[in-house]
Design a protein around this ligand. Structure first.
Ligand code: GAR
Length: 200
């Protein structure tokens, strides 16, 4: 069993999908903590309902980014966390954090990377009016939204789509793809060589 920490900042629908999958034993891992950097996040309510402990770490309560992250690291180390899942966590982690959990931090992004990096991948793809966008689950490296890709799935943008319907389609794919990637990780099936993820 791998101990998983899920990091959230907002609504937490991906956290919910991961929690549902964990409850159904879809992968060999358990969520032992949710780390949240926003006291108003609905994700906190979800964790409470699931009986999953939360660490509410508010950046404004710490002098430096390092102090903020050290608080989180201490908790993760205590719990022997084997996998960190960023799920709508809207904060960039320091190189030190990424190095400490090297090859053990993954993220879901609402576009086909390397297109539409950043915090508004769905809106940006919709406004660009691409015909195909999608979802990416990838390892996190020091370079933003650029780590080795684990899984990707396309989503078509139809002429009848609005930003809202596109968002719904993207989220539905995220909620399926993220648990699949976690399953592969927990089974030890993900090997990384340079930019490439192989072994499954
Ligand atoms: C998700 O769509 C996720 O892909 C995106 O934030 C949303 C969080 O939703 N993440 C990023 O854009 C990261 N750059 P959720 O809180 O309902 O899981």
């Amino acid at each position: 069993m791998i101990n998983i920490a899920v990091f959230c900042s907002g609504y937490g629908s991906n956290f919910q999908a991961i929690a549902d999958a964990a409850r159904e034993n879809f992968f060999k891992g358990r969520i032992t903590i949710m780390v949240c950097d926003n006291k108003d996040a609905f994700a906190l309510e979800r964790a409470k309902k699931e009986g999953i402990p939360t660490l509410l770490a508010l950046r404004e309560n710490f002098k430096t980014r390092e102090d903020f992250e050290n608080k989180i690291i201490r908790e993760l180390d205590n719990q022997e966390i084997g996998l960190v899942c960023l799920a709508g966590f809207m904060r960039i982690l320091t190189p030190e954090f990424i190095e400490r959990y090297k090859d053990r931090v993954i993220n879901v992004h609402p576009s086909l990377l390397p297109s539409f990096k950043g915090t508004s991948g769905i809106k940006d793809a919709f406004e660009y009016a691409v015909k195909i966008t999608g979802v990416t689950v990838h390892f996190v490296t020091q370079e933003l939204d650029s780590g080795p890709i684990i899984l990707q799935e396309p989503v078509k943008i139809e002429s009848t789509d609005t930003e809202k319907t596109l968002e719904e389609k993207i989220h539905a794919v995220e909620h399926r793809l993220y648990p699949e990637a976690i399953k592969l990780f927990c089974e030890g099936k993900l090997k990384i060589k340079g930019k490439k993820v192989y072994g499954y």
